[in-house]
Design a protein around this ligand. Structure first.
Ligand SMILES: Nc1ncnc2c1ncn2[C@@H]1O[C@H](COP(=O)(O)OP(=O)(O)OP(=O)(O)O)[C@@H](O)[C@H]1O
Length: 238
């Protein structure tokens, strides 16, 4: 579904992402982890078109997408969420999703009905006419997911989607991410919350100082000494 080959991104003299190659299969939930400053966000930004890599190639469904803009990628079926949710604060939750339905490129006869269907799908927990700036973290996360799905995405990039959720909110959120995958959407997520990443991912790649140091299943990553070493002094991987 998505393949990166030797992707590199520099900021002046700093190589933030160094020769990173990953392959994400259709229907997978793929996690990107690594200590602070490892290059996860920069790498995700290369995939989502916010940065153009200096080296390497990115293909989506066998098509070269290297250097395309976020808008072009959105129309090809790649959507992302942001660590800090970026909804329109003065619009209602429903109107926020409607904007994405309309912007997403696929014509819908009734954008409002489509927006409501998506909000039902993500289990939006309050009345959909609530103004976005009045939503709490959990509600905003669901709105953010609904907006990303409303663009008819086939590949969803999630940036720290579990951050700020309470431990009791986590299991239902994990179920929701799996439900989105089961509906046919492939997912790549960056995450610091290990309980989330270990509970939701099929495979994981680990970045450290911009380079990929490991990839594999949750079990393989948990038992990889290179990963434990990279996290020494940070949170425990287990
Ligand atoms: N716009 C930028 N200009 C200059 N340096 C940057 C920029 N964005 C990121 N960096 C640097 O690139 C490196 C990788 O940063 P990045 O944010 O991608 O890491 P990360 O793994 O997402 O970190 P975190 O988990 O803390 O969010 C860091 O050293 C960071 O300081």
């Amino acid at each position: 579904m998505l393949k990166t080959e030797g992707v590199e991104k520099r900021f002046g003299g700093l190589v933030a992402v160094k020769d990173v190659s990953i392959t994400v299969n259709k229907g997978e939930i793929f996690g990107l982890i690594g200590p602070n400053g490892a290059g996860k966000t920069t790498f995700l930004n290369c995939i989502s078109g916010f940065y153009k890599p200096e080296k390497g190639r990115i293909t989506f469904k066998e098509q070269d997408i290297t250097g395309l803009s976020p808008t072009q990628l959105c129309h090809k079926g790649i959507a992302r969420t942001f660590q800090i949710a970026r909804s329109f604060p003065k619009l209602s939750a429903l109107d926020n999703v409607k904007v994405s339905v309309i912007y997403g490129g696929k014509q819908h006869q009734n954008p409002e009905r489509r927006a409501k269907e998506i909000m039902d799908f993500v289990g939006f927990p309050v009345a959909t006419n609530i103004i976005a700036e009045n939503l709490n973290t959990m509600q905003l996360k669901r709105l953010e997911l609904a907006r990303a799905l409303a663009t008819n995405s086939e590949l969803l990039l999630l940036d720290e989607v579990a951050a700020g959720l309470t431990p009791s909110e986590l299991p239902t959120f994990i179920e929701l991410i799996k439900k989105i995958r089961d509906s046919g959407v492939t997912i790549i997520c960056i995450e610091h919350v290990m309980k989330f990443i270990m509970g939701v991912c099929d495979r994981i790649a680990v970045l450290n100082f911009g380079a990929k140091i490991a990839d594999g299943t949750v079990e393989e990553i948990k038992n990889d000494p290179k990963v434990t070493e990279a996290y020494l002094g940070e949170e425990n991987v287990h």
